[in-house]
Design a protein around this ligand. Structure first.
Ligand code: NAP
Length: 408
């Protein structure tokens, strides 16, 4: 019944796709077709994103951690695939297994590289552009036997379900899931929409990951790994208890009226709070959803399952593709500004080591935590803003999201 309502809401929203959005279809290497939305919005004003929070020039792991070894380049070899169920696969001596969404660039790629080169992890790179991910993995020297690229378009709930099926067919166990992929449209004047008709930042960053994490929870439960984890990448920009989080437009989910309206098939705002479209705010709101989701997972499942649920702010990685929609001048000036003025700059490599640490460091096993790093490069449990830690809001976002993705 609820699933039907969600489907109806979705179909109404698809019908409402603006003329500036075009659906594009592509075949992946497994012969499956996927859809994505091509955006045609003009670039306007300039806004800062992910500004200074911590100074970080280099990174060193917790010396007590044993899971990450120094990266070593290895020769390219044929991929190793199995068709066994999780417990047998583990007994057969497979490496620890981690899915990282959006591992084709930036933070996701850098973390994938660290984990694959450690020799202890097999990384499933869950990416919308199969070829780009393959090329990126090779370019950074990931040992061929330590990664698999699988197609996942988070902007399509159908693609998320298809990915989960394909992953299960691979027979690999799932020890850690990292919800990392994101899009950010800070200069967009008009919203673009996902396959199901949701505003694209919320669809990709939150709803796609919400469905993925909910479906793969069973796989994490089935893992016999000593440290099963679900990591959802957060952001300082969604936290209004920080200087960066106070740069307008501020994150604010309000009373969730925009998200609720989608359930009833009402043609309303593309924004969660029901307000006017603002691309930068949509991104920040989606990050608040990410952080609320992590905590709701923790409350509902940590005690029952022993799985660690965590989030992190990796630092300001000013060079990544996240800023690709910004005007060229911003993209040129933002990295030196962060590096030399705010000193909040973190390189992709160092940020990747931070994410890899949250995946594998036995000392970062506490659940329900939002990790950050201080000036001495030590990880610490950071405070989330009032909204990003509001349990009532987390519950409501969870319940609405369940309906919107067809789980309730
Ligand atoms: N950069 C920062 O300063 C910063 C700060 C705090 C937090 N973060 C967070 O870090 C995470 C990674 O961002 P990043 O800075 O590394 O940006 P990035 O380099 O642009 O990486 C984003 C990744 O997400 C993928 N992606 C986008 N839409 C997707 C979709 N529909 N389906 C599947 N994958 C999709 C991209 O794939 P393509 O390669 O195909 O585009 C790319 O691999 C995000 O969660 C972001 O919020 C970043």
């Amino acid at each position: 019944m609820a699933a039907t309502a969600a489907a109806a809401a979705m179909s109404m929203r698809i019908a409402a796709l603006p003329s500036s959005s075009t659906a594009a279809f592509q075949e992946n290497s497994s012969g499956m077709w996927s859809s994505s939305i091509v955006k045609a919005s003009p670039f306007l004003g300039v806004r800062l994103c992910e500004p200074k929070h911590f100074s970080s020039q280099s990174f060193s792991f917790n010396p007590k951690a044993k899971c990450i070894t120094k990266p070593q380049l290895q020769a390219i070899a044929a991929p190793v695939e199995t068709k066994r169920a999780a417990p047998e696969a583990r007994r057969a001596g497979l490496k620890s297994s981690v899915i990282i969404t959006g591992a084709s660039s930036g933070l996701g790629l850098a973390a994938a590289k660290v984990l694959a080169q450690s020799g202890e992890w097999h990384v499933i790179m869950a990416c919308r552009d199969f070829l780009k991910a393959e090329k990126a993995a090779m370019a950074v020297g990931m040992p061929r036997e330590n990664y698999t690229v699988m197609h996942l378009d988070l902007a399509s709930l159908e693609s998320v379900r298809q990915f989960v099926e394909n992953f299960r067919r691979s027979g690999r166990p799932l020890d850690v899931l990292v919800c990392n992929a994101a899009v950010y449209f800070p200069t967009a004047k008009e919203p673009t929409f996902s396959a199901e008709g949701f505003e694209l930042s919320v669809a990709t960053n939150h709803l796609g990951h919400f469905l993925l994490a909910r479906l793969l929870l069973d796989d994490l439960k089935a893992s016999d790994h000593s440290a099963r984890r679900l990591i959802i990448v957060g952001s300082i920009t969604g936290n209004t208890n920080t200087l960066a989080g106070n740069i307008p437009p501020k994150a604010n989910l309000g009373d969730l009226r925009g998200l609720s309206a989608a359930l009833n098939g009402v043609q309303s705002s593309p924004m969660i709070d029901g307000g006017q479209f603002d691309g930068a705010k949509a991104y920040k709101d989606s990050k608040v959803c990410n952080m609320l989701t992590m905590q709701e997972f923790h409350r509902r499942f940590h005690e029952k399952t022993g799985i660690t649920f965590a989030s992190l702010y990796p630092g300001c990685i000013a060079t990544t593709g996240l800023f690709r929609e910004h005007i060229p001048l911003f993209r040129t000036l933002f990295p030196p500004f962060q590096k030399y003025i705010t000193k909040g700059f973190v390189s992709e490599d160092d940020a990747g080591k931070r994410l890899a640490q949250v995946v594998s460091d036995p000392y970062l096993s506490k659940s329900g935590v939002y990790w950050s790093w201080n000036k001495d490069l030590n990880s610490f449990e950071n405070q989330l803003s009032e909204e990003a830690s509001d349990p009532e809001k987390a519950k409501r976002v969870w319940e609405l999201s369940e309906k919107l993705v067809g789980l309730a």
